[in-house]
Design a protein around this ligand. Structure first.
Ligand SMILES: [Zn+2]
Length: 169
């Protein structure tokens, strides 16, 4: 099955690592945030690039044999969940949750999707109480840098639904 372009943007929930106002894709391992591990494997000297603040982000595939992202048998594309957990996990102090609007070609999966284009539209006002860096203003710094609101859970879900199609798993 190939990725089909969507007519209306999809919205979904995802986690980033936020560092000094920049949002990075990455993974969380043993309490630490590791930005763009797939890129690190193919190009260890290339610095991870944060999501742009003023333009949309275009997905790239970092698989050995590159292709247009997203593809079904890969894990490229901008991933988001259809639903936000009642108590979203913050596995590292850099972890932040938010909503993306996504469009272009989209692969739909059981619990979420992977998309060709995306941009963050709001962040969840949820802080790791142990995070003392950035004077406790990590998510505020990110929300300011991207010019997007910082919202409580219920508001965030409502805000998401105004900006695109919110599917359920
Ligand atoms: Zn791929």
């Amino acid at each position: 099955m190939s990725a089909e372009p969507v007519a209306v943007p999809l919205v979904g929930f995802r986690r980033w690592g936020a560092i000094r106002g920049a949002l990075y894709s990455g993974i969380f391992v043993a309490g630490r945030f590791v930005p763009n591990p797939a890129l690190g494997m193919i190009a260890p000297r290339v610095k991870p690039v944060p999501w742009p603040t003023s333009e949309d982000r275009v997905a790239k595939c970092f698989a050995l044999r590159g292709h247009d992202a997203p593809q079904r048998d890969c894990n490229c594309g901008f991933a988001a969940y259809y639903e936000l957990d009642a108590e979203p996990e913050l596995p590292a102090r850099e972890a932040v949750w938010g909503v993306i609007a996504a469009w272009g070609r989209v692969i739909e999966c059981e619990h979420g999707f992977r998309a060709q284009y995306a941009r963050p539209i709001a962040l969840l006002d949820l802080r790791n109480p142990a995070d003392y860096r950035e004077k406790g203003r990590r998510i505020d710094n990110a929300a300011e840098a991207y010019g997007i609101p910082l919202l409580e859970r219920a508001e965030l879900v409502a805000y998401a639904a105004w900006h695109g199609e919110l599917r359920t798993a």
